[in-house]
Design a protein around this ligand. Structure first.
Ligand code: FNR
Length: 366
């Protein structure tokens, strides 16, 4: 279909399912094991209902905000997803360019198909980029990556903490990774086992020994704000705040790691409650990802206290099907949806969005 016939994030997914190469579709779409968490990520939004205010002047609605100290036209960002060239021959720079024209933030992955320098070179003036880090068992390599990112003007370091071992994504494993185009960073790892699927084949360098004690070291090697990506319970959010990081991303890695882990939006509610009880809400910014597809999804996360929302697969599907114009249209559609929801909710700006606007009593899965 023509791009103008694409009306929402789900439409990109259905075109991608029909048109992508099987390896790319399998790698992007898969979740761990029985994919229960993958489904739950979006399904959980169906358990939250909204309480609109009326008779508020919403002639103009402003979706802009700040995240880690930089402006963004929307309270959402492109989350890090590996192996962009499985979906588009140019890879992640396509996302960089679209993020640039639309003034949103891109989180660049350690396991990108393009080099960090290529993604930096594709950046527009004033455009913000963050870097997602997989921590190598060889900390020298990690230190080099971090310092290099900082020297290239990257504005945030997102350390992935939910992947001491890669989850089993069986759809991906069944396609048997063929390593041609993707040119990923392979420092310090052994030869690739082609029978384990793309994910496991490229990630054997990740250090399962990473722990809380390492946070001080990260703070000593960089001035970038440090954000822990993959927090999944209130207690860990409190530990993160006490460790002095700038932020956390509440995330289950798009349902690709621990199956039957709870949805991002459900964990967010718990995390905000714990931080509030500990008096730590102002100490760090809380982000969330997993299953965000609609303006209402984004609004609900903001109501629960998130500073911003990450999306992974929707951007991959838009890139893989229509390239840069597809990614730009996805951002435009999400902006239109969020603006409409804000208008209908009686919230002319992001700061007007509050917790009483979302009914969460049925959110909890237990
Ligand atoms: C990811 N994600 C991810 N996260 C990360 O920290 N490092 C990585 O290399 C990757 N790679 C990756 C590849 C693919 C194909 C997907 C779909 C996801 C997780 C990603 O950053 C984010 O947490 C989820 O994608 C959010 O869920 P949705 O929006 O895909 O439902």
């Amino acid at each position: 279909p023509s791009l103008s016939a694409i009306l929402n994030a789900f439409d990109f997914e259905s075109v991608a399912r029909r048109t992508m190469k099987p390896e790319g579709w399998a790698y992007y779409s898969s979740g761990a094991d029985d994919e229960l968490t993958l489904q739950e990520n979006h399904a959980a939004f169906h358990r939250i209902w909204l309480r609109p205010r009326v008779l508020v002047n919403v002639r103009t609605v402003d979706t802009s905000t700040t995240m880690l100290g930089t402006r963004s036209s929307l309270p959402l960002y492109i989350s890090a997803t590996a192996l962009g060239k499985l979906g588009h021959r140019e890879g992640e720079v396509v996302l960089t360019r679209a993020a640039g024209t639309r003034q949103i933030v891109q989180m660049m992955p350690t396991l990108a198909s393009c080099s960090l320098d290529e993604m930096v070179a594709a950046r527009a003036t004033g455009q913000t980029q963050w870097f997602q880090l997989y921590v190598n068992s060889d900390r020298k390599i990690t230190e080099r990556l971090v310092r290099h990112a900082e020297s290239k003007g990257v504005k945030g370091l997102f350390i992935t903490v939910d992947a001491p071992q890669l989850g089993r994504r069986e759809k991906d494993m069944r396609t048997k990774f063929v390593d041609d185009a993707p040119d990923v960073q392979r420092d310090g790892k052994e030869s690739i086992n082609r029978n384990e699927g793309a994910a496991r084949a490229i990630s054997s360098f990740i250090d399962p020994g990473l722990c809380w004690d390492d946070i001080e070291w990260f703070k000593s090697i960089t001035k970038m704000p440090i954000v822990l990506k993959g927090i999944q319970r209130g207690e860990d959010a409190v530990l993160a705040a006490k460790a002095g990081v700038a932020g956390i991303v509440v995330s289950n890695h798009g349902g690709r790691q621990l199956d039957t882990a709870r949805s991002g939006i459900e964990i967010l509610e718990e995390v905000m409650t714990y931080l509030k009880e500990a008096g730590l809400t102002d100490r760090l910014e809380v982000y969330v990802d997993g299953g965000f597809r609609r303006g209402t999804d984004i609004f609900k996360a903001l109501a629960l206290g998130a500073k911003g929302v990450g999306l992974g697969r929707p951007f991959l599907y838009a890139m893989s099907t229509y390239g840069q114009p597809g990614v730009e249209r996805l951002i435009d559609l999400l902006r239109d949806e969020l603006e409409m929801v804000m208008r209908l909710m009686g919230t002319p700006s992001i700061k007007d969005i509050s917790k009483d606007m979302a009914v969460v009593k049925n959110l909890s899965s237990h």
